[in-house]
Unconditional design. Structure first.
Length: 241
């Protein structure tokens, strides 16, 4: 459980936040907004201001004061959960909710690199001769995290070689197009022969804000599994079957 100064350090300007309330079907994303004075003090004062990324048509349907919402905040390497009541909303054109300050928060992910399996096709520029990258080709994604991804390939690839990837249809992101480095090529025996699980690390190619958005996107994918009653499989990339 996070409280006091540690909690205040998480409530920083621009931090990504996810607000949900199943009974009202509210499922909003936004960012914490601190005044210049609050930023100088290093904490919000009086209320938690959240600038919502929602259309005006949704924003004007405000809940009654006192309704409690579940909030998920992306911190440094973790996602934190807390429940706080709604207080009021800003006048348009701003789309800000004011909520009570949390007294504590629970860490719900051990780190921001939790892998989520996604059976979909992505595009990758694979390493070619002399360190060059070939044209994009379609490969099967196995899973993705805030720090990298893994896909299937029919042959091993050069360790520590650069690679470019395009991942379509991610929540709140659309197409993720970024670069990475090949860190793993695990041989996997299947009924159709040998394939390889290629592990890619994004490294510093994603900025802090981009990584936070990706973590929130992955968290939303996790929630979609749970809402559908599906168990998120844990994939052992070292196992040969």
């Amino acid at each position: 459980m996070i409280e006091g100064e540690k909690l205040a350090a998480l409530l920083k300007h621009g931090a990504a936040i996810h607000i949900i309330e199943p009974d009202t079907e509210i499922d909003y994303y936004g960012a914490l907004e601190l005044s210049d004075e609050e930023q100088a003090a290093g904490r919000p004062a009086g209320a938690l201001a959240v600038r919502l990324d929602v259309p005006v048509g949704k924003f004007v349907n405000t809940p009654e004061p006192g309704r409690v919402f579940q909030c998920h905040l992306t911190g440094s390497g973790c996602v934190y959960h807390f429940d706080v009541p709604y207080r009021s909303a800003s006048p348009l054109p701003d789309t800000i909710w004011y909520m009570a300050l949390p007294e504590s928060a629970e860490r719900i992910q051990l780190r921001d690199f939790v892998r989520v399996p996604i059976p979909m096709s992505i595009e990758a520029k694979l390493p070619g001769n002399h360190g060059s990258l070939k044209d994009y080709r379609e490969v099967a994604l196995i899973d993705i995290s805030g720090g990298g991804l893994c896909f299937v390939h029919d042959e091993p690839l050069i360790m520590d070689a650069p690679i470019s990837v395009r991942v379509p249809e991610l929540p709140r992101i659309g197409t993720l197009e970024t670069e990475g480095t090949i860190r793993r090529a695990t041989p996997i025996e299947t009924n159709l022969g040998m394939t390889y699980h290629i592990g890619v690390m994004f490294g510093d190619t994603l900025g802090t804000r981009e990584r936070e958005r990706l973590v929130q996107s992955i968290y939303q994918l996790q929630q979609s599994y749970l809402r559908k009653g599906l168990k998120i499989p844990q994939i052992d990339h070292t196992k040969r079957s």
